[in-house]
Design a protein around this ligand. Structure first.
Ligand SMILES: N[C@@H](CCC(=O)N[C@@H](CS)C(=O)NCC(=O)O)C(=O)O
Length: 206
């Protein structure tokens, strides 16, 4: 079965590369030059009408949404290792924080930056301060979201925290920086990081 990932090193697909490295799955990278607008044209729009990356193709299956791709890879290629089994009670925590990243952290940051006036009761992301407090509570016990076991939820949630701190969208509280430092030390992260860096250099973006 061959996998391909529509990718650009300055995109969420860079994080998907980390997910692939953790899962230990070989995948062809198909460069989509988002600076030139290639994401809004075929062949990508034939796979993802949103015209966005990352987009993963695994045989006949197309998966979009960075978090969904990561969870898919864990279930399909590293069950029990990167994803708790269906009957494992830790699966609730695993899913909880995996969904929290794109559905609460990302929009809460966007809402704050853009000055959106929304009814907090109706906004799924609540407010920025409660998002930060919840995120901190998730890793308070540590070292990972599931305690001693690293999982794909750390790639999704930790990757979002890393990105947001990198762009100074979230303050670098010690709990966040210590957690992200643990993730950065992982060999799979370092392999992905080196590949992303190499791709940036190749594209003259570094
Ligand atoms: N909800 C999507 C968002 C994907 C997304 O916005 N990707 C950006 C790059 S990080 C993109 O493709 N932007 C190009 C565009 O929208 O034209 C996900 O979580 O994967």
């Amino acid at each position: 079965m061959s996998l391909s990932l529509s990718y650009h090193p300055y995109s969420r697909a860079a994080g998907t590369l980390w997910a692939l490295e953790e899962a230990g799955v070989a995948c062809t990278l198909e460069l989509v030059d988002i600076m030139k607008g290639e994401q809004k044209q075929p062949p990508l729009t034939g796979k993802n009408a949103m015209g966005k990356i990352p987009t993963l193709v695994d045989g006949d299956v197309v998966v979009t949404e960075a978090a969904a791709i990561a969870l898919y890879l864990a279930d399909r290629y590293a069950p029990g290792r990167l994803a708790p089994a269906l009957e494992d009670p830790r699966r609730g925590t695993y899913l909880r924080w995996s969904f929290f990243a794109p559905s609460v952290i990302e929009p809460a940051v966007m809402a704050k930056n853009s000055g959106w006036e929304v009814k907090e009761m109706a906004a799924g992301w609540g407010n920025f301060e409660s998002m930060i407090a919840s995120a901190e509570s998730a890793i308070a016990a540590g070292p990972y979201l599931l305690g001693e076991q690293f999982s794909m939820a750390d790639v999704v949630f930790g990757g979002t925290l890393r990105f947001m701190m990198g762009f100074k969208q979230i303050e670098p509280r010690p709990a966040f920086t210590d957690y992200v430092a643990r993730l950065d030390a992982r060999p799979a992260f370092q392999r992905a990081d080196a590949r992303n860096l190499q791709m940036r250099k190749q594209l003259g973006l570094q």
